[in-house]
Design a protein around this ligand. Structure first.
Ligand SMILES: Cc1ncc(COP(=O)(O)O)c(C=O)c1O
Length: 403
């Protein structure tokens, strides 16, 4: 059938990394007896908090919530719980009525915010890290803009090299995606670098979309992930001009299936984005809003969750560090592992020999004239239960000895 008319920008979308991984692994089978372990997908596997399950299965509450159309803007209770969390976690005051919008997880929001805030001008650039979470690129392309890839360089300890952007490029830039702690590199963007970017945003008139969905997973208590909102506030911008922070319950509370997060920041941007979302029809279900409010109010389960990751990272790092050039991420739940051989071959051979799936770094990065900064790295997601992670680390160590 000939499709007469469609959005031609859809043809610009790149295959998703998992699709490329399936193709890379086609025809490869493990001939031994080892159970398969997947370390490729960043899907949290720790238990969700029981009080959230209880709320979601409370028949009276469900009956009430399912019988109402939820407000796109979210309930007062949810926005207030989020504002209180922002105050506790980042010491910032955000008006729950004007500066906060609940979203169905950060993924849809990171995508749709580009629809709401980009001009549609073909010359528009949208800057984003490279390697990255691919949604940023798709969001830019489907909004008719061009991605501008900012390399996370090994020589900068995997931090984004914004010095690669020329004044001419900044002038065309309407939006900058940042991700801290970063997926896949695990690096935290420090306050000074955020503030430098915020100054550029005021000078060149672009908006900063700060993906902070891993903000609660960090490894040193004296190196907490910062929020763009706190960075803006500290430089005398109490209305967070041109800044939006994106947060999620997926990693913080092990609730990826709830599809619950929020966007907070500049009330002018929130107003435009709310107007877009009202038409888009993507309100978070009222029962999910009620459960989310409870999750944002509780810290005990977050502390426990963080400790589980810390224990896992300590244990797997001990096993891996004699065999790999390993660095501890500052946040998130990935090791960004330099591979002793080409990353795609590493992933193929690891599957065949040790029955483990990892994501080749080059699938998370883009080729640029300076090369693909994801090349010769693998992303390893330590989301599985402790014992499975230990087993996987032992197999990775054995694999390195045979390379
Ligand atoms: C960097 C990054 N941002 C956003 C998301 C989306 O998370 P969610 O939509 O569950 O909030 C993910 C998920 O893996 C991610 O890695």
């Amino acid at each position: 059938m000939n499709i007469v008319s469609f959005n031609a920008n859809l043809d610009l979308l790149q295959p998703y990394p998992f699709e490329r991984l399936r193709t890379l692994h086609e025809g490869i089978t493990h001939k031994g007896t080892l159970q398969h372990i997947s370390l490729s997908i960043g899907e949290p596997k720790h238990n969700p908090p029981k009080f959230v399950i209880d709320e979601l299965s409370n028949a009276d509450s469900l009956a009430k919530h399912l019988a109402t159309y939820p407000a796109t803007k979210g309930s007062d209770a949810l926005r207030t719980a989020i504002a209180q969390w922002l105050k506790r976690r980042f010491a910032v005051t955000v008006n729950p009525d004007l500066g906060i919008l609940p979203v169905n997880g950060t993924r849809e929001a990171l995508f749709s915010v580009a629809q709401a805030l980009l001009s549609g001008n073909k010359d528009t650039l949208v800057a984003m890290p490279n390697p990255f979470y691919q949604i940023y690129e798709g969001a830019a392309l489907l909004a008719g803009a061009q991605p501008l890839y900012i390399p996370n360089l090994v020589e900068l300890n995997y931090k984004a090299d914004f010095s690669s952007v020329s004044p001419e490029q900044w002038r065309k830039t309407e939006m900058v995606y940042i991700c801290s702690p970063g997926n896949p590199t695990g690096q935290i963007m420090q306050r000074e670098q955020m503030q430098w970017l915020i100054e550029l945003a005021q000078e060149y008139d672009f908006n900063i979309v700060s993906d902070e969905c891993y903000a609660e997973l960090y490894y040193e208590d004296d190196n907490l992930p910062e929020s763009i909102l706190a960075a803006a506030h500290a430089m005398g911008l109490p209305d967070f001009d041109r800044c939006l922070a994106f947060h999620s319950l997926s990693k913080r509370s092990n609730l990826p299936g709830l599809r619950s997060g929020f966007v907070a920041g500049d009330p002018n941007l929130i107003e435009k984005y709310l107007s877009y979302r009202t038409y888009h029809g993507c309100a978070l279900g009222a029962h999910h809003q009620a459960a989310s409010a409870l999750a944002w109010q509780d810290e005990a389960h977050v502390v426990e969750n963080r400790q589980l990751y810390r224990d896992k990272f300590r244990a797997v790092s001990e096993i891996l560090s004699p065999h790999y050039n390993l660095s501890q991420p500052e946040g998130g739940f990935y090791h960004w592992l330099p591979t002793p051989i080409c990353d795609q071959e590493f992933s193929q051979r690891l599957l065949a020999e040790q029955h483990i799936t990892v994501m080749p770094g080059s699938f998370l990065g883009r080729d640029t004239p300076q090369g693909n900064p994801g090349h010769n790295h693998a992303r390893i997601a330590w989301v599985a239960p402790f014992d499975e992670c230990i087993q996987a680390a032992q197999r990775l160590a054995a694999f390195a000895q045979n390379l």
